[in-house]
Design a protein around this ligand. Structure first.
Ligand code: SF4
Length: 309
């Protein structure tokens, strides 16, 4: 039997992504990775803002449109009925429900005028559209600006799912340390090598600070990203540069293949380290025995990672 982490992470999820038939057309957008892989380990908390608006199922579709004065509002498409008040009320209800349920992150339906996390077409159909946040996603972001948010489209690869779960777990560990008045650095230790790999240029970790706010800011700008191929290669070279002459041609090829798979998003970082770990075990050199990227203390995300099939 698989061990369930205690307490499990809580993730808010657009209800239609869990297979609930709540969409405007009476359908759903069930995501197998949520329902089959994550559900046994994570508390999934569904919410459908359009059902909470009282619009029913099925219902005429709605959109975010830009008014002549520049304001963006929600309207029913076929008759133009203004639904802004109902949308904001339902969004506030969802934020309160997820706060009470203690969600640590959210997976939201891409492109939805209610749920879309930053990829929603906003504007009059004949005046072009600019991407924006759905009403519920915007309310979540305003209430908790560093809450990890992703759409199901963002999470279509194992590497992206691993990066998202590590982000959620790292933030949860950081907040837990802050609540207890502890230095956040030990709490973040299991995640830091992986997060460093993903940090954009210039995002320097506040290594000398025990201030949770400084670490929270850093986490918000580095987390959830995939390691760019260059960063990954650099870390790999730093790690096994001195070893290169000791690697067999087969090991070198396998390591390069795995780095390419990680860069393409088709392998998790953990899976991409498999050949390097095997080589490190074979060579058994002291610097490799202590390397934290190769042998990180396992964050709980590793319990429910998406292993490639
Ligand atoms: S409002 Fe959100 S949860 Fe409800 S059907 Fe639309 S995308 Fe899914």
């Amino acid at each position: 039997m698989q061990e369930v982490p205690d307490p499990p992470l809580g993730l808010g999820v657009s209800a239609c992504l869990l297979g609930e038939a709540v969409r405007y057309d009476g359908g759903h957008r069930r995501q197998g990775f949520l329902v089959e892989r994550w559900a046994p380990f994570v508390r999934l908390v569904p919410f459908c803002p359009e059902v909470a608006m009282g619009l029913g199922v099925p219902r005429p579709p709605v959109a975010l449109v830009r008014e002549p004065d520049g304001a963006v509002v929600m309207r029913r498409i076929h008759d133009g009925a203004l639904l802004e008040h109902e949308a904001r009320r339902a969004a506030a209800q969802g934020v309160a429900e997820w706060a009470a349920a203690g969600v640590d992150g959210a997976v939201l339906k891409s492109g939805s005028p209610s749920c879309g996390p930053g990829d929603v077409a906003v504007g009059a159909p004949d005046a072009g559209a600019a991407p924006g946040f759905g009403r519920f996603a915007a309310a979540l972001r305003a209430a908790v600006p560093d809450l990890p948010l992703a759409s199901e489209e963002d999470l279509q690869t194992p590497a992206a799912r691993e990066a998202f779960l590590l982000w959620v777990e790292a933030r949860q560990a950081l907040l837990d340390a802050a609540r207890r008045g502890r230095d956040p650095r030990p709490a973040l230790a299991p995640f830091r090598r992986r997060l460093w790999l993903s940090a954009p240029a210039g995002a320097v970790a506040p290594e000398h600070s025990a201030d949770p706010c400084a670490w929270r800011d850093w986490l918000a700008c580095v987390a959830g990203r995939l390691p760019p191929p260059g960063a990954w290669r650099e870390a790999l070279e730093r790690m096994h540069g001195g070893l290169d002459s000791r690697l067999t041609p087969g090991e070198r090829q396998a390591i390069a293949r795995e780095a390419a798979a990680l860069a393409a998003g088709t392998a998790t970082l953990d899976a991409a380290l498999a050949s390097l770990r095997r080589a490190a075990r074979r060579l058994d050199l002291p610097p490799l025995r202590a390397d934290r990227l190769l042998w990180p203390p396992p964050p709980r995300a590793l319990e429910y990672r998406d292993l490639p099939a």
